[in-house]
Design a protein around this ligand. Structure first.
Ligand SMILES: Nc1ncnc2c1ncn2[C@@H]1O[C@H](COP(=O)(O)OP(=O)(O)OP(=O)(O)O)[C@@H](O)[C@H]1O
Length: 290
């Protein structure tokens, strides 16, 4: 399903959660949606899921607006950080409701995952630990097989082993059947290798949309005497630099071979580090793929 985001803004009283954001997600891929606290990620995911309306602009999914649109909402599954399910429901009834709602629901997968995560079908949601409630969210998200499945920090309370299980199953399911997966996380180092395309929001604006492979291949650190590095990077996109004792390291997007032939020291940057840097740094380079 094609997602088009056209000049979307969302204002709350004093806050612009999204500020004139435009981009497109054209293919089924695993998208990493990153950004610091309050960057606007959840707001974007809620508008895309048809839960809230944009103040300006629109999101179109296959040309239609998601708000109040059953055909679309049954194709989009949003799993949030918590409070995904009514507290008085039993696990088995949560599963029944979602099985009924999503035409693409995979009961076999849901059963398998319930066993994997050791959830009791008769337990009420309110008796589940945080980790178990997160596991239930993950199970629903995966088993929905919704063509657009969105995970917004879905793993609160899950330990590292349970999170790894989630990533493994997500990848396995995705390989078996490609769908659009939008993954928002602060645990970038754990999941960055899974992303095929990365989007970074900063203070309500989109500051980066790029193929993860491009980031992997074209981001590097170049070091040498200040003058040489400055000269080399003068026509390049520098997203960070630091100087010490007459030497300079600049982090750039571009062609590594060029830097090597200029006699500078060149090192590639691990994608996790790059993403962590880009999301943490104020005023990250604007690098939005056209
Ligand atoms: N219902 C609301 N009422 C008022 N302000 C809101 C509301 N929802 C979000 N905001 C504000 O909008 C901004 C963006 O919030 P949002 O939750 O979309 O960010 P986020 O990137 O998901 O952050 P986090 O990583 O902390 O979850 C924040 O400043 C937040 O305080």
């Amino acid at each position: 399903m094609k997602i088009e985001v056209n000049h979307v803004s969302k204002a709350y009283k004093d806050t612009k959660a999204l500020d004139d954001v435009s981009f497109a997600l054209s293919e089924p891929k695993i998208y990493g949606l990153l950004g610091r606290n309050g960057a606007g990620k959840t707001t974007f995911m809620e508008i895309l899921s048809g839960h809230i309306l944009a103040s300006e602009g629109e999101i179109l999914v296959d040309g239609e607006k998601p708000f109040d649109n059953q055909r679309l909402t049954e194709s989009i599954c949003l799993i949030k950080e918590g409070d995904n399910f009514k507290k008085d429901l039993k696990v088995k009834n949560v599963l029944k409701i979602y099985a009924y709602f999503y035409p693409t629901w995979d009961q076999k997968l849901a059963d398998e995952l319930i066993r994997e995560y050791n959830l009791s079908l008769n337990a009420k949601v309110k008796t589940l630990s945080k980790g178990m409630a997160s596991a239930l969210g993950i199970i629903v998200g995966l088993a929905s097989k919704a063509p657009i499945t969105i995970f917004d920090e879905p793993y609160i309370g899950l330990d590292a082993a349970a999170r790894k299980k989630f990533y493994d199953i997500l990848l396995e399911e995705y390989e078996a059947e490609k769908r659009t997966i939008i993954f928002s996380t602060h645990l970038i180092d754990e999941v960055s290798l899974m992303f095929e395309e990365v989007l970074i929001l900063q203070e309500g604006k989109l500051v980066l949309q790029e193929e993860a492979d491009t980031l992997r291949e074209h981001a590097y650190a170049v070091s040498g005497p200040i003058q040489d590095v400055e000269q080399f990077t003068s026509d390049k996109e520098v997203f960070q630099s630091k100087q010490l004792a007459g030497m300079m390291t600049a982090y750039v997007f571009g062609n590594m071979v060029q830097a090597e032939s200029a006699g500078l020291t060149v090192e590639s940057i691990p994608i996790q580090e790059l993403m962590i840097y880009l999301t943490e740094k104020e005023g990250a380079a604007r690098h939005v793929a056209s």
